[in-house]
Design a protein around this ligand. Structure first.
Ligand code: SAM
Length: 336
């Protein structure tokens, strides 16, 4: 897609947001609930959620893309477990969306990388620390090596590659050094605190540990702003998040929406119970406008979160004109 077309889409979204008529800027489709990892902080692999067959998955993509969403992410579960992933990604791209994927990287090999590289603008690979820590968090030995190999293959094929790291009590001390090492490996990095929110005591690092991480991240953000692809205010908020005092910043169903593996339209990617409607058979427009559904009531009573795909997106909107071109530049690799 043309960068100018994408920028226009983002700016239209910004202007509508300013005019009090927000429309989604970011959509996340969890194409499958299946996963080959056993991450300590993740629920996906514990549940058995049915997924849509290709035809219905394409219908869900069409319905959401017609809203004019500029950024569309395919995630899961592990999206590379779906054999038709490329077909789905191509459909997203045909709507003029920037198409990205979140993956653990373990299923990406020489034979699969070309087709992935041909269609995805950006691939975000999960890496939570050096080998031993990453493999322990992911619950499967050998995961780190495969993820790093996936990054190498993607880069060799010209894809923009990012890393997403989750800050937990088990990796927080090593994260500064680890992220420093990533700078020569990937195009940009995202860091977000481990959810759910508010965190339980066993999921909460000490105040000193959080401060040390923030000192490093804020320095990095000042010296290399486009490498650390989360807003400064987002980083500062980690402190309140881990104290259970994060402000509620929420534009669920307005600036971001999600589709679950079954094709339900969710208000946001953070909570699977915020069902607003059905992306395959229902009217997505109506689901977003009619605020009397149970899903919308749950949105109002949500205590909030601190994820880059929700709060991070909301924060980017604080400075729309500056952020539009930065956002597009950061996420789009080529295809102009
Ligand atoms: C749910 S995974 C799905 C995509 C893919 N399987 C992967 O591992 O990247 C998407 C991202 O969410 C992160 N994630 C999972 N559980 C989380 C949690 N409890 N808190 C914060 N991030 C989490 C993962 O580390 C990953 O970067």
């Amino acid at each position: 897609m043309k960068t100018s077309q994408l920028t226009a889409k983002v700016l239209t979204g910004f202007l509508k947001f300013k005019a009090g008529r927000p429309k989604p800027l970011f959509a996340s489709y969890n194409v499958t609930g299946r996963c080959n990892m056993r991450c300590v902080f993740c629920e996906w692999w514990k549940n058995d959620i049915p997924e849509l067959p290709t035809k219905k998955a394409l219908a869900a993509i069409d319905a959401v893309c017609r809203l004019g969403v500029p950024f569309f992410d395919l995630s899961g579960g592990e999206p590379l477990l779906r054999k038709d992933l490329i077909v789905l990604a191509k459909r997203v791209a045909s709507h003029g969306c920037l198409v990205s994927m979140n993956t653990n990287g373990t299923l990406l090999n020489e034979s699969r990388v070309s087709e992935v590289a041909d269609i995805f603008d950006t691939v975000v690979v999960s890496l939570d620390g050096p080998k031993e820590i990453h493999d322990r968090i992911r619950g499967v030995a050998g995961t780190y090596d495969k993820a790093v190999e996936a990054i190498r293959l993607l880069k060799a094929h010209g894809v923009r590659v990012a890393v997403n790291s989750v800050a937990t009590p088990w990796n927080i001390d090593i994260l500064p050094q680890f992220i420093e090492e990533l700078r020569s490996l990937v195009d940009f990095a995202q860091v977000q605190p481990m959810h759910p929110y508010p965190p339980s005591p066993e999921n909460t690092p000490s105040n000193e540990q959080v401060s040390r991480l923030l000192d490093y991240l804020l320095k990095l953000k000042r010296s290399d702003p486009s490498f650390l692809a989360v807003p400064t205010e987002f980083i500062k908020g980690f402190e309140q998040f881990f104290k259970g005092k994060a402000p509620r910043i929420c534009h669920a169903g307005e600036l971001y929406i999600a589709i679950n593996p079954e094709g339900k339209l969710l208000a946001c990617p953070a909570r699977s119970d915020l069902v607003l409607g059905d992306a395959v058979s229902g009217s997505v427009d109506d689901a977003l406008k009619k605020r009397d559904s149970e899903g919308w009531h749950k949105v109002s009573s949500c205590r909030g979160c601190w994820l880059e795909c929700t709060v991070g997106v909301s924060m980017f909107l604080k400075n729309p004109l500056k952020e539009a071109s930065q956002l597009v530049g950061l996420w789009s690799s080529r295809k102009n």
